[in-house]
Design a protein around this ligand. Structure first.
Ligand code: 16G
Length: 538
């Protein structure tokens, strides 16, 4: 059947309700699940077009709303190398999702196909894989997406419940014909656990197992981490899982998870902390992680994305410096952060570690692209989204370079194994967790050794509801406003009154609100500055 006929047969139950409008934002479409049926149907159509446009390469579709509350859901597309959807296609996604009739959808798809040189009637089908997190609405939305895929006869494999990074992994494995790893969830576990085991056996000197408690936010990361640790890594890691009720969708992200811990700067539910033990929290789809502990005075200490970035950048800097000259002299290490990075972390990375820092707008795709420009690109948002990318040229050099000392051999081997351990497609709570655990074990660091590298400047992230957040336009990686007119000058004026003051304002990409970040040398100054800027924004 032609696209026209298939669309006609499948469209009616997926018509867009008239009053709604949707935007493909920082992390795809994300909103109340009950409004998303028509959107995911059009995403199915667009994914089919994308795959056909890329000569049948496999595209991923993930149904998730990450850290949002249980009643929300969302959908995003994954490009063939496991990266986020190319930016120009986000606008096509938004356009298609907002059309209200079958005729309009048909006309727009024909127009797109013509502009992009796609033959809708060549009989060649696209390829898509799909998965979802543990939300109640996920199954129905998957079915609606598959209806969209059927309009173009696209071949689809439904992997059902996965973490977002697992789906990114699978997309890359398929499109590299297995070069990145085996095309299965077991392949993902094997790749991570083999790298972890190789590093542990060769480079960790310890008689006791690594201890970690994981708060899984009652999301899909829980059962996946459980399988990995019990079936593959039980020899090395003693783990405990809390908030692992992923079969209870109403519990998702409630009083738990990376966002809760980072935003509230406090322990999630169901953790009774023992001093100086390490804890970690995932978010609902396990694409971000933060760590924490309580010190010997029972004070809560957060080890967020900035701390992860500094830990890893310092570790790689050291390894590279102990590698053969051919590698140490050419290897470019860099860290990518956003404006939300604590000023102390940026100073530590540039001044103490002497590693260059690049600042990008918020959103994984921006950081990822910048990090890919380095040989070792460490990128983390303060909220815990991130990973480390290794360039192809570094990976080939690592395979061929001859060490002349045991130390050089050790550095080369560790770099190779870590490039397999840390997800090369996207931030991944499970793979980041393993990387942090192994680095701490090699360094024989306790959580407080890690924490003491620098002290965060007091900071506050506030949310202000405004009549229209879209009037807030920024430049300079979101650090300065160009609109509303004159507001930036007022903010600059406020900031200049506080020691070590810094503040910026940007419209949220995931909520109908404006975010105000402030930091200053003391807690009271930071609170004052935050209040002042919030007033200016209202
Ligand atoms: C999304 C982004 C995350 C970003 C957050 C900012 C991805 C996969 N996720 O969750 O990176 O930190 O949005 O939210 O890109 P905001 O725009 O509401 O502040």
């Amino acid at each position: 059947m032609s696209f026209r006929d298939q669309l006609h047969a499948l469209y009616a139950p997926h018509q867009k309700p008239g009053h709604l409008s949707f935007t493909y934002g920082t992390a795809g479409f994300r909103t109340l699940a009950s409004t998303l049926d028509s959107v995911v149907f059009t995403v199915g159509i667009l994914a089919s077009l994308r795959s056909k446009y890329l000569n049948g390469q496999t595209i991923g579709i993930m149904i998730t709303a990450s850290h949002n509350p249980p009643q929300d859901n969302g959908i995003k597309l994954i490009d063939p190398q496991g990266e986020m959807l190319e930016a120009s296609w986000e606008a096509y996604a938004t356009k298609l999702a907002n059309l209200g009739t079958e005729e309009e959808v048909f006309a727009e798809v024909e127009r797109l196909a013509q502009n992009l040189g796609i033959d809708l009637n060549d009989g060649v089908s696209g390829n898509v894989i799909i998965a979802r997190d543990s939300r109640e609405s996920g199954l129905a939305l998957t079915k609606a997406t598959i209806d969209g895929l059927k309009t173009m006869g696209t071949k689809v494999t439904d992997y059902q419940l996965l973490t977002t990074p697992e789906l990114h992994y699978l997309v890359k494995c398929i499109n590299t014909q297995g070069a990145y790893g085996e095309v299965s969830e077991v392949g993902y576990y094997k790749k991570l656990s083999t790298a972890f085991r190789n590093i542990y056996e060769n480079f960790v000197q310890s008689d006791s197992k690594i201890q970690i408690t994981i708060d899984a936010a009652n999301g899909i990361g829980g059962p996946k981490a459980e399988t990995l640790f019990t079936e593959y890594l039980s020899q090395y890691v003693d783990f405990q899982l809390v908030n692992n009720q992923y079969q209870d969708p109403q519990a998702l992200n409630v009083g738990s998870g990376a966002d809760f811990v980072k935003t509230n700067q406090k322990l999630p539910n169901n953790i009774t902390p023992e001093p100086l033990k390490l804890y970690a929290s995932f978010d609902g789809d396990a694409d971000r992680v933060v760590f924490y502990y309580v010190d010997s005075n029972s004070v809560f200490k957060l080890l967020d994305g900035d701390k992860i970035a500094t830990l890893l950048a310092g570790f790689f800097k050291d390894l590279v410096s102990k590698s053969p000259a051919k590698l140490s002299e050419s290897c470019q290490i860099g860290v990518v952060q956003t404006a939300y990075a604590n000023g102390s972390s940026t100073n530590h990375i540039t001044d103490v570690l002497q590693v260059p820092v690049v600042c990008t707008p918020t959103g994984v795709k921006h950081l990822h692209h910048e990090a890919a420009k380095f040989d070792i690109g460490v990128y983390f948002e303060a909220n815990g989204h991130g990973t480390v990318l290794f360039s192809e040229s570094l990976l080939s050099l690592l395979q061929t370079i001859e060490p002349s000392t045991p130390q050089e051999q050790r550095s080369i081997q560790t770099l190779i194994e870590i490039s397999n351990l840390i997800n090369q497609t996207v931030g991944d709570a499970i793979s980041d967790l393993l990387t942090v655990l192994i680095v701490l074990s090699i360094k024989q660091w306790t959580p407080d050794n890690w924490d003491e590298s620098y002290t965060d400047l007091p900071n506050r992230l506030a949310k202000v509801i405004v009549p229209d957040r879209h009037v807030f336009k920024t430049i300079n990686a979101e650090r300065q406003l160009t609109s509303p007119k004159g507001l930036q000058l007022q903010i600059d004026d406020a900031v200049s009154k506080y020691n070590g003051g810094r503040s910026f304002v940007r419209a949220s990409g995931t909520e109908d609100a404006v975010r105000v970040y402030a930091e200053a040398a003391s807690k009271s100054e930071c609170e004052e500055l935050s209040k002042e800027v919030c007033e200016l924004v209202k």
